[in-house]
Design a protein around this ligand. Structure first.
Ligand code: CU
Length: 636
């Protein structure tokens, strides 16, 4: 391929084309490092150094590097390689010591083959009265750390199983209780655990529209139209909307990434975020039953969340005038494939932006402005569960992340509820669990060097300034080091974290800033020393702050979390207790949902929400949305 010619049009943050992916796979294969029996977990444009991106001018040349991660089944090891398309060479190649490449569909196919040939597994199915094995749905699960019973280089996953009534039904409605297997998909070793047979539920728990009786008929059409088109402009992956500008990309692990978010403040292009994305997530289960106690999926790092994107459908996933972005990913066999409509972008009306009615006039005189937000979103399916990630940009300088959780909860067959597995249906319980998301927010508030303050509101001390003991005040303290910045939420004190640029002052002499406003979010509930807490160590705190380091870009649980023994990621990054004051810093915000399942979550859980908001605090000198015009029909 002619890389040089293509590069003239490329931005350093542009995604890989199918040709670039194919070309890099060929260069890596030709290098002789890998056997024929190799699968690829992911391939994507390696992110260039920050100074290159920030200083980039259109047409400038740069080294185009593709990162390829995969697993050589013959050599029993995963690899991390970088290929320069500029020099047509493998620039780095490393075998991964602790951890392996993420699971993918080729692992699943291997798992099915290995289990079908395993006498113990077959006997366990027969013991449950199953004759037609084609109706057994085997669900692959990441295993956590490598179980000590398995061989040292095993590529091990766990399997649980369900029984279909027919191939198109709800595959999770009829769990085969008590049956778990550990499967080495490379070496073929299988350890079957059979904890006892339970009756298979009879309720099919169907959810497909053609199988749900009595669908409502009284919802009238609600149509969103923008006769003049949307208000955004898109050039490749670069987006302008109102006073906002940013780039997007989709990474195999992190999913949707925002780059270089800026706001046009009366002609001043002001930076806010250099990069913002999910940095990993963990779903620890609190039920000690042998069917669930081992579950603590790191769905981004272990399962390549970014590659599990749905193709979104107009009028179903998003309403209105939509712009879609496709996403090219690498299949396990090294061939690229394009996911259509992986990212959806559109505008949404969001009620009122601001309002005041002057009632002192003879005729009350209201001034009201409509709020509108730009939505950039993706939805991922990971086995039984769906995660939607929605970035919102508002007219007043606010940015918001909203995670939408839906899909199917995990279930067990039981007659009795416990404190850690409430009943959700007849003879079915669902284990209590958490979904903790860690977002990596590389702030760039009016420049690279920033500091973080913890802000709280507290009662003022009684004295001359507070004679009636009714006063309260806002107090802040700078977080100076990584240790000081390991913090949790405290809604009772309105705790939030303000990222400021101490070198840039607003009109009132205060440093410009943006605050991270958290929602009520628990942290990891699994006990210290548990595998869940060790491998999902980032979930111990709601806040971490680190100085920017290019090799800490990958993930909150470390770059290769699948089968990793634990301790990687944020706990390791922060071990040196580095200074985070007035420097290029990165804020990591961990938040989530502790999910106590309820009958209303079955058979499909209505969307539950989690997220956070970034609000300007003294970044602007006044309400930046005063110039929003009233809707034409609202003003006489
Ligand atoms: Cu849940």
């Amino acid at each position: 391929m002619n890389v040089t010619a293509e590069r003239l049009e490329l931005h350093p943050l542009d995604p890989c084309s199918a040709d670039e992916l194919s070309c890099s796979v060929k260069i890596l294969r030709d290098s002789g490092n890998l056997s024929q029996n190799t699968m690829f977990s992911c391939g994507y444009a390696a992110e260039p150094p920050k100074d290159l991106v920030l200083g980039f001018e259109t047409g400038a040349s740069f080294d185009r590097v593709v990162r390829l991660i995969g697993h050589d089944r013959e050599q029993g090891q995963s690899f991390d390689a970088r290929v320069s398309l500029t020099s047509s060479q493998v620039t780095t190649f490393a075998w991964i010591d602790d951890g392996q490449a993420p699971i993918n569909s080729s692992d699943y196919r291997k798992m099915l083959e290995v289990l079908a040939a395993n006498d113990e597994w077959v006997a366990a199915l027969e013991k449950r009265g199953i004759e037609d094995f084609s109706l057994v749905h085997i669900e692959p699960w990441v295993a956590g750390a490598r179980p000590p019973e398995m061989k040292p280089n095993a590529r091990v996953f766990r399997a649980i199983a369900f029984l279909h009534e027919h191939p198109d039904d709800n595959p999770y409605a009829r769990p085969l209780e008590g049956l778990v297997a550990m499967v080495d998909v490379d070496g073929g070793q299988v350890i079957v655990e059979d904890h006892g047979v339970a009756p298979i539920p009879t309720d099919p728990a169907e959810y497909a529209a053609d199988r749900v009786p009595n669908l409502r008929k009284d919802l009238k059409p609600l149509i969103i139209t923008q006769p003049d088109g949307p208000s955004f402009d898109v050039d490749g992956r670069f987006v302008r909307w109102q006073k906002w500008q940013f780039r997007i990309s989709v990474q195999p692990i992190e999913g949707l990434v925002l780059h270089d978010v800026r706001y046009d403040d009366d002609g001043r292009e002001r930076s806010i975020l250099y990069r913002a994305a999910l940095a990993d997530m963990v779903v620890p289960y609190g039920d000690a039953s042998p069917m669930h106690s081992w579950k603590h999926a790191l769905d981004a790092g272990e399962a390549a969340l970014g590659q599990s994107a749905n193709s979104l459908k107009l009028g179903c996933d998003c309403l209105g005038e939509i712009h879609y972005f496709n996403n090219t990913i690498l299949r396990p066999d090294g061939e690229p494939v394009e996911v259509q409509n992986a990212v959806c972008m559109h505008e949404e009306d969001y009620g009122i932006l601001w309002k005041h009615t002057n009632v002192l006039k003879d005729e009350p005189s209201p001034e009201v402005r409509r709020s509108r937000r730009l939505v950039v979103s993706m939805i991922h399916t990971l086995g039984n569960y769906e995660y939607g990630f929605y970035w919102y940009f508002y007219l007043d300088g606010t940015i918001q992340m909203e995670v939408k959780l839906t899909g199917m909860v995990g279930v067990s067959v039981t007659e009795e509820a416990t404190d850690s597995a409430p009943i959700v249906a007849a003879t079915m319980s669902s284990p209590i669990h958490q979904h903790i998301f860690c977002f990596r927010l590389d702030f760039n508030v009016d420049g690279t060097n920033n500091s973080v303050y913890e802000m709280e509101v507290e009662p003022s001390p009684v004295g001359d300034q507070n004679p009636h003991n009714s006063g309260f005040r806002s107090v802040g303290r700078v977080l100076r080091t990584e240790d000081e910045a390991m913090r949790n939420i405290d809604p009772s004190r309105s705790r939030n974290w303000r990222v400021v640029n101490p070198n840039v002052k607003n009109a009132y002499g205060n440093p410009v800033g943006y605050k991270l406003l958290p929602q009520a979010s628990s942290t990891m509930l699994a006990g210290e020393g548990s595998l869940h807490a060790k491998r999902g160590g980032f979930a111990k705190h709601n806040l971490w702050v680190t100085p920017y380091a290019p090799d800490e870009l990958d993930a909150a649980a470390g770059p290769f979390s699948n089968l990793h023994s634990g301790g990687a990621g944020l706990p390791a990054y922060t071990a040196g207790n580095r200074s985070i004051q007035n420097t290029d810093l990165v804020v990591w915000h961990c938040l989530g949902v502790t999910h106590v399942p309820r009958p209303e979550d079955w058979p499909i859980m209505p969307v539950e929400y989690a997220g956070f908001t970034l609000l300007p605090v003294g970044f602007f000198d006044r309400n930046p949305s005063m110039d929003v015009a009233p809707a034409s029909h609202c003003h006489d």
